[in-house]
Design a protein around this ligand. Structure first.
Ligand code: GRF
Length: 198
C-alpha cells in the first residue's frame, strides 16, 4: 500500500509541485499524494489540479478563531486518511489540537539549518545576518516555532551577491531533495520519524 500524503501550502507551492512531478515519474516510490490543501486561495492549488490531485481550502478566519480553524482543518485532513501530512510552505502555525491529533505524522520543510533561523522570515534573516552557509531542514512538527525533532537537514552555500530570492531558490532545490529522500525512505520502510512532543 502506498504512503498516503496530504500536502498543505499557502503560496506558489513550487516545492509541492516538484513533489507531485516526482511522484508521477516514480510510481514505484510508493507515494500517493491524495490531496493538497491550503489556508487561503493559494496559487499553488492550480498546480495540484494540473496533476489531477484533489485540492481543498480551509480559509484561515483570523487569529482569534485559530482553534476553530484547526478543528475544521483536522476534519478535512482526517477525511483523506493520511499516513503523513506535509507542511510545504504553509505559513501558519498549526494549532496544538491538530499537532496532537496527527502526532508523529506531521512534518514541515524549513529553509534554514535549524535550530538556526526559525520563523517565517528565515531566508531574509540569513541574508541579513551575512551567513556563509544557509541550510534546509525537514522536521517533525511540535507546538513550538520550528522546534520539532530534525528528520534531515543539509547546508546550502550562500553566494556573494545573493538576494533573498536567489538564496531561497537555491535552498528550495535542497528542500526538494531532502523531502524526496525522507518520503521515499519512509515509504520503503527504511526510516521512521523521530518522536516529538505533542
Ligand atoms: C519553502 O522554502 C518552505 O520551506 C517555506 O516556504 C517555502 C515554500 O515555497 N516554509 P513554495 O511555495 O513551495 O515555492
Amino acid at each position: 500500500m502506498p504512503l498516503r500524503l496530504v500536502v498543505l501550502i499557502s503560496g506558489t507551492g513550487s516545492n509541492m509541485a516538484d513533489l507531485l512531478g516526482r511522484v508521477d515519474e516514480h510510481p514505484e516510490a510508493g507515494l500517493d499524494v491524495v490531496a493538497v490543501g491550503a489556508d487561503r486561495d493559494a496559487p499553488g492549488l492550480e498546480r495540484a489540479t494540473e496533476h489531477g490531485v484533489e485540492t481543498f481550502v480551509v480559509e484561515f478566519p483570523g487569529p482569534e478563531r485559530r482553534e476553530e480553524w484547526g478543528a475544521q482543518l483536522a476534519v478535512r485532513l482526517d477525511s483523506f486518511s493520511p499516513d503523513l501530512v506535509v507542511l510545504s510552505g504553509l505559513m501558519r502555525l498549526v494549532p496544538p489540537d491538530v499537532v496532537r491529533r496527527f502526532h508523529g505524522r506531521l512534518i514541515n520543510t524549513h529553509p534554514s539549518y535549524l535550530p538556526e533561523f526559525p520563523g517565517p522570515h528565515a531566508v531574509k534573516d540569513q541574508v541579513e545576518a551575512g551567513v556563509k552557509e544557509a541550510g534546509a531542514s525537514i522536521i517533525v512538527v511540535d507546538n513550538g516555532v520550528d522546534t520539532g525533532p530534525i528528520v534531515e537537514q543539509q547546508r546550502v552555500a550562500v553566494m556573494s551577491g545573493d538576494s533573498t530570492e536567489s538564496l531561497h531558490n537555491r535552498i528550495k532545490q535542497t528542500e526538494r531533495e531532502l523531502l524526496w529522500r525522507v518520503l521515499t525512505e519512509l515509504a520503503a520502510g527504511q526510516r521512521s520519524l523521530p518522536v516529538g512532543q505533542d
